[in-house]
Design a protein around this ligand. Sequence first.
Ligand code: ADP
Ligand code: MG
Length: 921
Amino acid sequence: MSTSTVNYRNGTQRSSLRTQSSGSTSGGQKPPVKSKTVLRKSSPAALGGGGSVSGSKAGNTGDAGVPGRVRVAVRLRPRHGEELIADADFADCVELQPEVKRLKLRKNNWDTDTFEFDEVLTEYASQKRVYEVVAKPVVEGVLDGYNGTIMAYGQTGTGKTYTLGQLGEEDVADRGIMVRAMEDILAEVSLETDSISVSYLQLYMETVQDLLDPANDNIAIVEDPKTGDVSLPGATLVEISDQHSFLELLQLGEAHRFAANTKLNTESSRSHAILMVNVRRSLKTRDGLSSESNGNSHMTTKSLKPPVVRKGKLVVVDLAGSERINKSGSEGHTLEEAKSINLSLSALGKCINALAENSSHVPFRDSKLTRLLRDSFGGKFCTARTSLVITIGPSPRHRGETTSTIMFGQRAMKVENMVKLKEEFDYKSLSKRLELQLDNLIEENERQQKAFVDEIERITVEAHNQISEAEKRYANALEEEKLRYQNDYMESIKKLEENWSKNQKKLAAERLALGEKNGPDITSNGNRSIASASEEVSELKKMLQKEAQLKMAAEEEVNKLKHQLTELKKVEASGNSEIMRLHKMLENETEQKEKLEGELATLHTQLLQLSFTADETRQNLEKHSSEKTSGAQDSLSQLRLPQIQDPGNAERLPVARLFEQVGLQKILSLLEAEDADVRIHAVKVVANLAAEEANQQQIVEAGGLTSLLMLLRTTEDETIHRVAAGAVANLAMNETNQELIMDQGGIGLLSSTAANAQDPQTLRMVAGAIANLCGNDKLQTKLRSEGGIAALLGMVRCGHPDVLAQVARGIANFAKCESRASTQGTKRGKSLLIEDGALSWIVQNAKTDTSAIRRHIELALCHLAQHEGNAKEMVKEGAIWELVRISKDCSREDIRSLAHRTLTSSPTFLTELRRLRVDIR
Ligand code: ADP
Ligand code: MG
């Protein structure tokens, strides 16, 4: 457009544009009252109460959000040409679930974080729908006399300008928010009584430039301390009366923006573009036209009421690219530039946080951008409604920027709102469980100890009793025997004495008789007495014999008792050795208990350390993302720690600290813990670490890969299989590790895991790992000969699309390497895939509805077809018809043309096509 169609002025004077087109209605303008009614219906219910940041969350129930809260929509840009080719083998880094307003951010092969937004706009969302959900409620508020802001935040190239500033001159369906907002405003106002004026500005390095008047390049921002109104008295203000002049103004602004940026030697992605639309409406209160907002007919009587004027301001901000400016050298930025370029975005983040947290101080004054937005942005002057669109791209290569954009959006939605479903390690409950186990062990040990002591006491007492009883018995028996002896002896003596005295008497009597008679009888008498004496002697002999027998029996008894006593002594001795043995057992038991307690204590501290570090990691991540939310670090940290500006590095820092504090060795040692829970937690920690590329080398060097493979070999636990296979899959992303995995028999282990697993997630991990190995040119033959391809094909039995996608990816990777090898002449003969029977599965699944599977299969077919050695088989199995179909219908242009090329360059295919008269041109 030429400036002659529009006269520009500063301040409040009217421009001729207004006069020229005054009264003319632009095309499609609806009668004011009617359209007003239509618009009102969809107005958010409680917009007037805006500003109070309520604690409740906007539900999924339509448009009526929480007044005052920033409403946040996320919009995904479709893949563009370069991404279609470069990222063909990779899944998008996000998955959108618009029906539940959720976004899943893929962290690695199997792990995702889930976030909730007010609106989730997929790559298919039309500009009209985006306008309706993001901007329309704000525009309606502006027409009702409130201020409103619509902002787009995101990495350069993700569609901010497309969303906000697209003019749609070629295709009306492409019109962006600015154009559609003006259409709605124009349709609503009555140009006789109302006015619309527009300023268009650029904010670059904390300087406000007028995009409608390039000479005007340092505009002051003025705030009315009483009303809080923000104005730019120095900025060109253009009255708008029709859509056409507005479009011309936008084009002119864009042209000036381009020129200004060329002059400053910068890109427009480094500056913020700000469109300000002031709507001033007079509400008629006379002649029966009561104010629409009162709507009562009795108001007509108050005919002398002064006219009511409603002023609303709409600010649309196309923010600078949110990517960090960290390569100041390569992009020609000085540090000063980088600092002030980041400043406004960072201040915006801080204000959003402060508003979201209902903080008493909102640092609006920190930057020009936030000063400009102050009265349109809730908070103290609470008459505003704000919508934020965060734009993201699908490419996994920009995962870092995408994550930081998502975190900014989440912050803007309000901190408590953050819905983040995340698998976390519940260290607390594990530690509690271990504590319980420890307590149980201690109790059990105490019980056993008590039982031992009791038993020993019992045995000791029993032995003592036995001994003392035996002693008593022996003593009694001895005493008895002694008494009996004595008695017998005494009796014998008595008898002997009696006999003796009897004999003496007899002898004396005999002698007397002999002496009186003096006679011849002496000899016969003497003979008689000798005979009785010998009788006596034999009797005595007998008695003595009896005596000797008795003595012998007594001696025998004594011997028997002696024997009994030694037996008892033996029993006592063995009782003692039993006691000793029990004592020793007790000592061992105590020692073992101490060792166990020590181990548990170590485990305990390790777990505490782990959970402490995990907490810290989480906090760091949150802190880090909030720093990212602020858009940039402050100037100090930029000066001191330039290396932190690499976002990848910064994200990895807390994980690096996990290594330092807990020690990788310790974590790896827990993989062999006895407690299955500890093992599971440890393998999860290792898997999480392995998901970070920066940790992979360290993990492998510390023997982590070997331990993971060992787990696959030795454990039966499915969870461990799943997690360990996932970790191996991640480690298998790098070529050196792929070779290590193969060297350590990894493919055999993965194959047997695949054969035994039922859980689709386990199979997905295993298939993912094998698929990675399939992409290594050097490992092709070994992989196949050790059953890798067979294992991959075996997993299709599960039928889960995620597993099939990994299988298809593996096949595509393998086919790609093969086709490379055949181009280089290092491979001859049929494809190993075909030899292992993959072709029929490929053909069967080539038409699947799951796009991730189909894309890989299509690529695999194209790769296989590039090698003439496969052509015959491909004709025989019908793969040629899939190629024909791909060359005609595939939605991806690059694959379509690849299929076409392969078909037309193979003599076998050409012959077959000619034979069947199929034309593929
Ligand atoms: P930004 O302003 O964030 O740097 P652009 O709006 O310039 O990004 O978008 C970059 C490119 O992507 C442009 O070519 C644009 O047309 C295209 N693009 C962005 N979003 C979409 C979309 N939703 N649909 C189609 N093309 C898009
Ligand atoms: Mg842009």
